[in-house]
Structure formats: structure tokens, C-alpha cells
Write a protein that binds this ligand. Structure first.
Ligand code: AR6
Length: 375
């Protein structure tokens, strides 16, 4: 019993684990999830989609794990040589099971044993992560970043400024400016899910930002350039693995050095030759597919730039209607899956366009006079 207690205390007090007890408990819960996917055959799921690379392949000996081992028993030691054996291999799995069984034999809970490995893995990864270099393994880095809480991820941001969701104002419906009437009824629940934000999308600390990309997904100018610059070179590496994207489609990646968790890359239509039915349909698909990709990955807050209205030449005064109509329709059907959709505008003229047109899609309640005149 004394041994169990000292092991537990050494775990809680250890230098790499100088975290408050509640955090340890939360980590143990998370470790339980990792533990489950370590022993699950096939790919683990990430928000319903296969994750790129499970942590199970990277169970390394870590300084923390060594310390833990010396305070318990020599038989419970995982040596540096172990770091080469993947827990997904039969030997690795046997080793893992052996350690867990040994831990159990010594009266330590499986959660504590698993947590020790988990903490060791995270500590080893934390030392390896370099978002400024293209040399790193994007899959390992992605798994690592996605396993962190927002608070823990902040130290990896490659931007000095980040804007949390709580600082982004919710849309307050105003009366429509012109004579045009809204086709939609007032819905206060939906209003609270909408924001109009002026500024740089790369600073938003939310679940997902949408990138107005090109078919190669390998970066470019405009907002695409800004996103790649801030995310760092691993974003391009992950994008290269996606083999491009069709116009109107959307694909998701980790956001690396950005404050957002994910980047959803969509390719808007080129409209320099004018807007026809094809361009209109493609632009609508960009918004719809981006929202679908977000909800399929449990991203509950999403920000859009004004897709196609820059280099691709779609007239902003037409694009705003497609954007607002699709977001309204999608929210009507899937309001339970999204907390916030942010229209992130960069140019004052775009802000004006959204201010003018938002009341057509997210209208204010009819004024008293209107109601009275109807009676
Ligand atoms: N934050 C928010 N919005 C921005 C930002 C930013 N940091 N920077 C620009 N915008 P564009 P497109 C706005 O040209 O028309 C690239 O080369 C900008 O004011 O970025 O879809 C791609 O690789 C405009 O309102 O995208 C493609 O080749 C909006 O983002 C091509 O450009 C979109 O402008 C895509 O062209």
C-alpha cells in the first residue's frame, strides 16, 4: 500500500507533471480514450473520420516515465530501448499489456499506468514539435496538437494576437435598410449563432477557419497566403497529402500554428469572366460543403472569409447573398451542431455589404407598427 501511495505521489509530484490534481484527473480520462484507441483494431476515429496517425505508434520512453519507474520497482521500468517498439505491433502491444498487467499486480490502476505512458508520450512530442520547420512529421504533430486543450495549445501559436470566440460579438438583428423584405422569419436562436467580424481570420481562436484556396491546395496569395504563413510549413505538407480539391468541394486539415483548431480548405469559382449559374452553384457548394465538413468533424465554431471575391473576381455584392442564404439554410437544419458561424470580412466595403444584407437572412422582429398595421 505504501508503495502504491508513493508511486501515485511521485506521479502527481513529478517535474513533467507539475499540474494540479484536477488536471491529472482530466488527463486520466483522456488517457482512457487513448487507451481505448490503442487497442482498437483499425484506425481510430476523429470526429467520425479516421485520424491520420494515432498516438499509439509513438509510445516513447520519456523522462517522466523513467522517473515513475524508479519510484515503483525495477520490474516496472520501461527502458529507452522500448522507444523503438510501437504499441501497434504485436510486440509493442504485448509490452503495453505487460506493463499494464504489472502495474495492476502492484496495485496501480490501469488509468495511472496508461496515464504515465500518455504523459510520457505528450512530453516527448512536446519536445519534438517544431512548427517553424518543414522537417517535422505532420501526422505526429497534428495528433499532438489535436490532443491538447485550447489553453495548452496557445504556446504553439505563430501569431502574437489571437481572438477567442467569447470576444467575437454575436449579431444583433437590425431592421433592413432598403425596401426589400426578408424571405425568412425571425429566429432568435439562429441570430445568436451569427457574427460579423472585421479583421484577420488567421487570429481567430475558434474550431475552424475556412480558407479560400485553389485546386492545388498548395497555397497562394490573399487569405490563402495569410493562412499558410501563420500556420507554418507543416500545413503545406498535410495539404500535399490531400491531392488537391475540386471547385466547390472542401477538405479539412489541422491548423498547426494558427489559433484555430482546423482549417477547412474550399475552392471558390473563378468569376473573372462573369457570373453564370455554374459559378453561383459552385459558390453555394463551397459554403455548404465547408459547413458539412465542419459538423462532420465536430467543429462548432466556423469562420468564413468572402470566398472568391478577391483574386477570383466574384462580385462581392452578389457573393454576399449566396453566403448568407446557404448559412441560413444550413443552420435551419443543423442548428444543434453549430454554435457560431462568423462572417469574417477584411475590407470595410465588405462589412457594409454584410450589414446591409444580414437583415434579409436573419431579420429583426417585425416592428410594433408593422404588427399593428397587419391587424
Ligand atoms: N483575413 C480575412 N479575409 C481576408 C484576409 C485575411 N487575412 N486576406 C484577404 N482576405 P482571396 P479568392 C479576404 O483573393 O478570391 C489565392 O491565391 C479578401 O479581402 O484571398 O477566393 C488562392 O490560392 C477577400 O474578401 O480569395 C486562390 O488562387 C477574400 O478574403 C485565389 O487566391 C477572398 O480573397 C482564391 O481567390
Amino acid at each position: 500500500m505504501a508503495l502504491q501511495m508513493s508511486a501515485l505521489f511521485s506521479y502527481v509530484r513529478a517535474p513533467l507533471c507539475t499540474v494540479p490534481l484536477p488536471r491529472v484527473c482530466a488527463d486520466i480520462q483522456r488517457a482512457g480514450i487513448k487507451f481505448k484507441h490503442i487497442f482498437t483494431p483499425g484506425s481510430p476515429q476523429l470526429g467520425g473520420k479516421p485520424a491520420t496517425s494515432p498516438l499509439r505508434g509513438h509510445i516513447h520512453t520519456a523522462p517522466r516515465a523513467e522517473k515513475f519507474s524508479t519510484t515503483t520497482t525495477a520490474a516496472f521500468r520501461w527502458s529507452r530501448q522500448d522507444s523503438g517498439s510501437s504499441s501497434s505491433s504485436p510486440q509493442g502491444r504485448a509490452g503495453w499489456l505487460g506493463r499494464v498487467a504489472l502495474g495492476a499486480a502492484f496495485g496501480l490502476s490501469a488509468a495511472v499506468v496508461v496515464q504515465s505512458l500518455h504523459t510520457g508520450t505528450l512530453a516527448a512530442m512536446a519536445q519534438k514539435v517544431n512548427l517553424n520547420s518543414a522537417e517535422g512529421d505532420w501526422k505526429e504533430t497534428k495528433d499532438f496538437l489535436l490532443s491538447l486543450s485550447v489553453k495548452d495549445r496557445r504556446q504553439y501559436y505563430r501569431t502574437p494576437k489571437s481572438v477567442p470566440l467569447d470576444n467575437i460579438e454575436v449579431w444583433t438583428p437590425t431592421a433592413a435598410a432598403g425596401s426589400e423584405k426578408s424571405k425568412y422569419p425571425r429566429n432568435e436562436k439562429l441570430d445568436k449563432k451569427i457574427s460579423l467580424y472585421s479583421g484577420d481570420i488567421t487570429q481567430l481562436e475558434i474550431d475552424a477557419i475556412v480558407n479560400a484556396a485553389n485546386n492545388s491546395l498548395l497555397g497562394g496569395g490573399g487569405v490563402d497566403g495569410a493562412i499558410h504563413r501563420t500556420a507554418g510549413p507543416l500545413l503545406k505538407k498535410e495539404c500535399a497529402s490531400l491531392h488537391g480539391c475540386e471547385t466547390g468541394e472542401a477538405k479539412i486539415t489541422c491548423a498547426y500554428g494558427l489559433p484555430a483548431k482546423y482549417v477547412i480548405h474550399t475552392v471558390g469559382p473563378i468569376a473573372q469572366g462573369g457570373v453564370g449559374e455554374v459559378q453561383k452553384k459552385d459558390l453555394r457548394s463551397c459554403y455548404r460543403n465547408s459547413l458539412q465538413t465542419a459538423t462532420a468533424n465536430d467543429a462548432r465554431s466556423v469562420a468564413f472569409p468572402c470566398i472568391s471575391t478577391g483574386i477570383y473576381g466574384y462580385p462581392p455584392e452578389q457573393a454576399v447573398h449566396e453566403a448568407l442564404a446557404i448559412v441560413r439554410e444550413y443552420l435551419e437544419e443543423h442548428h444543434d451542431k453549430l454554435d457560431r458561424v462568423i462572417f469574417c470580412v477584411f475590407m470595410p466595403t465588405d462589412r457594409e455589404l454584410y450589414l446591409q444584407n444580414l437583415p434579409l437572412y436573419f431579420p429583426a422582429a417585425p416592428t410594433e407598427t408593422t404588427v399593428k398595421s397587419k391587424l
